[in-house]
Write a protein that binds this ligand. Structure first.
Ligand SMILES: Cc1cc2nc3c(=O)[nH]c(=O)nc-3n(C[C@H](O)[C@H](O)[C@H](O)COP(=O)(O)O)c2cc1C
Length: 205
């Protein structure tokens, strides 16, 4: 099995990014991944609905890669949802064009991992905060996977330090592309990072 992956990047100032720029550089080298930088494509946020829908139809896995802004996504992704996921195209009686596609968010946060828990400062996990994405996927009959999360983004200082995360991200994209990830098991996780072989190895001496 080979799936085609559409990576929708939403970062308004990529040149100042520590995390998303490095993740993107890693993803660009993965065969079968189409990178679509939304802020670059639409600097005035004038989205082409037809272009976006055509891209969606051409791919099997839709990845939303973005920093966490106000416990959510940068604004262009909301605009993208509002315009692109049309009634009777994405959902509704006359059209369900996204049926069966896989979707997930790739999220960087300023806050540390422990803050995103019931007892932590932010009370909810990133997955819980992405409930609108999970429900949108459900409405559109897509398979929602938990997010790939990079916490403590401000602590990322060098390519070398961040290299293992990039490897993990590339492995996730390859596994999604090749169908070597157990989707049912992955869907139950709080974050998908730990579904990967490299995630398991981390815990072993
Ligand atoms: C407008 C704005 C809102 C933010 N909101 C949050 C937030 O709700 N939670 C959080 O953990 N970090 C928040 N941050 C920090 C960003 O998530 C962090 O800068 C980003 O993930 C770093 O990724 P980058 O290196 O690719 O830019 C916010 C940053 C900005 C500029």
């Amino acid at each position: 099995m080979t799936r085609k992956i559409l990576l929708l990047l939403a970062h308004p100032v990529l040149e100042r990014s520590r995390v998303n720029r490095r993740l993107l550089d890693g993803a660009r080298g993965v065969e079968g991944v189409t990178v679509h930088d939304l802020y670059e494509a639409y600097p005035a946020m004038q989205l082409s609905v037809r272009r976006e829908q055509k891209l969606l139809l051409e791919h099997d896995v839709i990845v939303f890669q973005h920093p966490f802004y106000w416990y959510s996504t940068p604004a262009i992704l909301k605009e993208w949802q509002d315009l692109v996921l049309e009634h009777n195209w994405a959902y509704g009686q006359k059209g369900h064009h996204l049926d069966g596609k896989i979707t997930l968010n790739v999220v960087s946060t300023g806050g540390p991992e422990q803050a995103y828990s019931e007892q932590g400062f932010n009370r909810f996990s990133v997955r819980q905060l992405l409930a609108p994405y999970e429900l949108t996927a459900h409405l559109c009959r897509m398979t929602f996977l938990p997010p790939f999360v990079v916490h403590s983004a401000f602590h990322v200082e060098s390519d070398a330090q961040f290299a293992p995360v990039v490897v993990e991200y590339r492995q996730l994209l390859e596994a999604l592309r090749d169908g070597t990830i157990n989707l049912e098991a992955a869907a139950r996780l709080t974050r998908i990072n730990s579904a990967l072989p490299v995630g398991e190895q981390k815990g072993t001496p």
